[in-house]
Design a protein around this ligand. Structure first.
Ligand SMILES: [Zn+2]
Length: 81
């Protein structure tokens, strides 16, 4: 499901002001990805994927070189736990 207008508004208010320019090309135009991607973590002790521990990622792409900024959606205050 694509991000709701409310979540996109939170991204624009809480994250975009901190994304000044792309660290690779210097561009200052970005696109907020339409989805939150949930990435499982890898447990280093067992070298296995732990599906109980995930990283909910908000991704913001540079419109020029497509470098992607990744923010933790819960810690950034975009979604609730
Ligand atoms: Zn760039």
């Amino acid at each position: 499901m694509a991000l709701s207008p409310e979540i996109k508004k939170k991204v624009m208010e809480k994250i975009i002001p901190f994304v000044k320019s792309c660290p690779l090309c210097g561009n200052d135009n970005f696109t907020v990805n339409d989805y939150i991607y949930v990435c499982p973590t890898m447990q280093l002790e067992t070298n296995k994927v732990d599906l109980r521990s995930v990283f909910p990622a908000i991704m913001i792409d540079c419109d020029n070189c497509h470098y992607t900024f990744i923010f933790h959606a819960i810690k950034a205050g975009i979604i609730e736990h």
